[in-house]
Design a binder for this molecule. Structure first.
Ligand SMILES: Nc1ncnc2c1ncn2[C@@H]1O[C@H](COP(=O)(O)OP(=O)(O)OP(=O)(O)O)[C@@H](O)[C@H]1O
Length: 452
């Protein structure tokens, strides 16, 4: 292999832990929005899931963690094929689900469960509890008589802690408290004896006081019924309590993935670090840790930042992380909201309206009648700009009628093995090929990570 060839790192490969129950490779789910009614054009593509790979082993709880809009629900639904993925592979017990039509999926549906966040959305208010929980048994033809269905419903209601079960059968979901309703949703999902369950924020809508009890119930049921979970949450404290392994999603991609304790004790991606710094930890050694919350909001998934998608919010971003023209314009605008009024007015007059600048990926051209003064200002103020945008600038060039600021390459970080987990971040063993593509060298990454 030549030096320039990439070293393949298969994200999610798990060594000697046997066959995974679910195996996902390079999964993409893109939504096309808008566009003209006839013909092409005007469309935006939301890359809700954009190249995700992971394995879930029998008996495991795999957590999908990320802020709102990171793609958790879309990923959860895509692996169950409730949303049709755009490309990639989803293998359940070794069988690729991607080419299966809904008709071929139907026999598998009873093995693949989904628990929603909102009990009201998954319970039919017109059915009694007995009818609602028993309904899937009839759909999947798992019972031959009403009496058999009734018996199984009673058993399941008891299992989820709704007892005495008989007293619930003829009541309606609206008669129950939030916690009881969520137990009912769990019962309805588990009545078909699934083996693999995606739980999408199952406790987020509940009062704090009942959350822990519902989570404990889910763990108990997992043990008793040999279940495997993909658990979706935006809450790291919940993920820590429940998950064996975690994938941290950001704008449709995993930034870090590995065993929970590694991610919690020693996070290696700046995004994981900032998420963690926001949660209270009982560990006294870490009480004095500095809170480094990500700046601003998660960007629009239809226009993700170039390079590393997290770079505009990253406290550790440096020159190769994907800076481009728009980042510089945003940083200057941001500066003007922070400096005093006179400074902002003076600088605005010097630079002119930022809307007049020509903004491209690799450069920004500021039109100006005083290009030398503008260039001098950019060179002196640039390094102080918020974030680290100026670190990527390779030149500030004066030309007739304006100044051009040029940016170096900012490739997307590859996935690398770093200290026992997968990380996609240039901080770990950056190797940028001559054509600008980032190639992670696992050995180099490991060495860089341990020396850090
Ligand atoms: N059917 C759809 N059509 C177009 N865009 C969609 C669709 N479903 C989700 N999205 C977009 O995909 C991105 C990911 O959404 P998703 O709901 O999967 O994120 P999430 O992490 O689960 O967020 P939340 O915690 O708020 O539910 C968002 O930008 C969302 O607007």
């Amino acid at each position: 292999m030549s030096e320039d060839e990439p070293t393949a790192v298969v994200s999610g490969s798990d060594g000697d832990r046997g066959e995974p129950l679910l195996s996902v490779r390079d999964l993409k789910t893109h939504f096309v929005q808008g566009g003209k009614l006839f013909g092409r054009g005007g469309e935006t593509v939301v890359k809700a899931v954009d190249g995700v790979s992971f394995d879930v082993h029998p008996g495991e709880v795999f957590g999908l963690v990320g802020e709102s809009g990171s793609g958790k629900s879309t990923l959860g639904r895509s692996i169950l094929k409730l949303v049709q993925p755009t490309s990639g592979e989803v293998r359940y017990r070794g069988r690729d689900l991607m080419p299966l039509r809904e008709r071929e999926m139907r026999p598998l549906r009873r093995e693949l469960g989904l628990i929603f966040q909102d009990p009201n959305a998954s319970l039919n208010p017109a059915m009694t509890i007995g009818q609602g929980v028993g309904h899937p048994l009839h759909i999947h033809e798992m019972v031959s008589s009403r009496a058999e269905a009734r018996k199984r419903v009673i058993d399941m209601l008891e299992r989820v802690g709704l007892h005495p079960a008989e007293s619930f059968l003829d009541r309606y979901p609206e008669d129950l408290s939030g916690g009881q309703k969520q137990r009912l949703v769990i019962a309805r999902t588990l009545i078909t004896e699934p083996k693999f369950v995606v739980a999408d924020e199952p406790v987020a809508a509940l009062d704090m006081s009942v959350r822990a009890r519902v989570l404990e119930l889910m763990l108990e049921l997992k043990r008793d019924l040999d279940l495997t979970y993909v658990f979706i949450t935006h809450d790291l404290a919940t993920a820590r309590f429940l998950c064996d392994r975690i994938g941290i999603l950001y704008l449709g991609e995993f930034v870090e993935q590995g065993p929970s304790e590694l991610l919690f004790d020693d996070p290696r991606h700046p995004y994981t670090r900032s998420l963690l710094s926001a949660i209270p930890l009982p560990d006294t050694r870490r009480r004095d840790r500095v809170k480094v919350l990500p700046r601003g909001e998660i960007p629009d998934a239809s226009r993700p930042p170039a390079g590393c998608r997290f770079h505009p919010r990253c406290p550790d971003a440096f020159e190769v992380c994907g800076w481009q023209g728009q980042d510089l314009v945003d940083a200057i605008e941001d500066r003007w909201t922070k400096v005093d009024r006179d400074t902002a007015d003076r600088e605005l007059e010097l630079l002119g309206r930022l809307g007049d600048a020509e903004v491209a990926t690799t450069f920004v051209r500021f039109p100006s009648r005083e290009p030398d003064t503008v260039a001098e200002w950019l060179r002196s103020v640039g390094p102080e700009l918020p974030a680290n945008v100026f670190s990527a600038v390779t030149g500030v060039e004066v030309e007739p009628g304006g100044v051009v600021v040029r940016f170096g390459p900012g490739p997307e970080p590859g996935v690398q093995k770093v200290a026992g987990r997968d990380v996609a971040c240039h901080l770990h063993g950056v190797v940028v090929r001559r054509d600008g593509v980032h190639v992670g060298d696992p050995a180099e990454a490991e060495a860089a990570a341990t020396s850090r």
